[in-house]
Structures are given as structure tokens and as C-alpha cells.
Design a protein around this ligand. Structure first.
Ligand SMILES: [Zn+2]
Length: 217
């Protein structure tokens, strides 16, 4: 049976691949993006263009007033520099936004229920686990329990990349026809061009290189 799904879409590689994957499965998809005052707000334009291309209904919610309460992260406080280095480094803790996934998934869960959806899809993956506790399997399972017990047993949480590496996601994205350079934005700096030095730029480059190597084999 065709499922109806809310997909949390940031406009980066992972959630864009998830959106294409859901589209490929034949789900009826509603995409939801958040403006939480992130300095790389530019990612939202990419999310919007992708949805327009696929003909998916897209809603961008402005929760920047909430973002103002979530100080102490390099993503939401202009006074804190975005750390350079590898995505799994300890220094990347500066990019943790307090309780971000709980907040976004709670809003998305309400939206999914209001729209009569079967599930809520999130693009968390194994590469997120080192630094972001709210991307780990335990949190996803606990959140799903809370969402279902707080409502009437629906919706379920669909996190198909939970045990995948970023390279696995890149590979699927290429298979599904995504042009990552054109269609997605990752850099936390949110400048004119990607900085190439922040954790997410480094991680993206590694994943795309791995996917390209596989293609040549
Ligand atoms: Zn960057």
C-alpha cells in the first residue's frame, strides 16, 4: 500500500537522498524544512528547488525565534566560529544545537499526524553518531516510542540510513540520479562557496570521492 510520509529535509546530502528514496518507493511525500537561524540557511533554497523538481509539496517552517534560545552552538551563534577538521572530531561538538532533533522531530511528528501520515522519515546515519547523540539508534527508538504513546499509535519513524555511512548514502544518491553538486548544500559556513574546511565539507568530500571510486570499478 502506498505510504504517506513526512520527510524532514535540510537540503543537504542525506535528507535529499532520503527524499529521492521515498519518491522512488512511491510514497506520497510531504517535505518539511526548518529555519532555526542556522548560519547555513542557504540549504533551504536547495531543499525548495529539489522539491520543485520532484513535484513534492514543501513547507519551510520559521522557528528562528526558537533558534535564538539555543545558544552555544557554532551553527546558531554568530560569535562562535565553525570548527575546521573532521566531522567525527571532538571539536565538532561546537556544532551541536541543543536538543535540535527532538524539537524538529516533535514538530514534524505533529505535522505528520495532522496530515494523516503513516510515518515520519529522518536521514540520520552512522557518521552522525560520534558527535550527535540525537542521531543515535537509542534516541530514534525512544523518540518513536514517545511519539506513538503520546498519540494513538501513529506515526512510525522511518530512519533507513541509521546504520549507513555517508558514502553508502552518496552511492544510493548517485544511483537515484542526484547531482549532489547542483542539488545539495552542506557547508556550515553558508558562504557564497563551500569553505572546504568545516566538518561537513570534509565529510561530504570524502563521501563523494568514495562513491566516485566505486563507480569507476
Ligand atoms: Zn564548509
Amino acid at each position: 500500500m502506498r505510504q504517506k510520509t513526512v520527510c524532514i529535509l535540510s537540503g543537504g546530502m542525506d535528507s535529499t537522498t532520503l527524499l529521492y528514496h521515498l519518491f522512488d518507493l512511491g510514497d506520497e511525500v510531504l517535505a518539511l524544512s526548518f529555519d532555526y537561524g542556522q548560519r547555513h540557511r542557504k540549504e533551504l533554497e536547495y531543499a525548495g528547488r529539489t522539491c520543485a523538481r520532484l513535484g513534492v509539496r514543501h513547507t519551510a517552517v520559521d522557528i528562528s525565534a526558537v533558534g535564538g534560545l539555543l545558544k552555544g552552538s557554532a551553527l546558531t551563534s554568530s560569535g562562535i566560529a565553525v570548527p575546521h577538521g573532521h566531522y567525527e572530531d571532538e571539536s565538532m561538538r561546537l556544532t551541536v544545537v541543543p536538543n535540535r532533533n527532538m524539537i524538529m522531530m516533535a514538530i514534524a511528528g505533529g505535522y505528520a499526524l495532522a496530515e494523516g501520515c503513516d510515518r515520519l522519515a529522518v536521514a540520520v546515519h552512522a557518521g552522525d553518531h560520534a558527535v550527535y547523540p540525537d542521531c543515535r539508534p537509542q534516541f530514534i527508538a525512544d523518540f518513536e516510542d514517545a511519539l506513538r504513546s503520546g498519540n494513538y499509535g501513529q506515526p512510525s519513524v522511518y530512519a533507513p540510513f541509521l546504520d549507513w555511512t555517508k558514502s553508502d548514502i552518496a552511492r544510493l544518491g548517485v544511483e537515484l540520479g542526484i547531482d549532489f553538486e547542483r542539488d545539495t548544500w552542506s557547508c556550515y559556513e553558508g558562504g557564497e562557496e563551500p569553505c572546504g574546511k568545516c566538518g561537513t565539507c570534509v565529510e561530504r568530500a570524502e563521501a563523494l570521492a568514495a562513491a566516485a571510486r566505486e563507480r569507476q570499478r
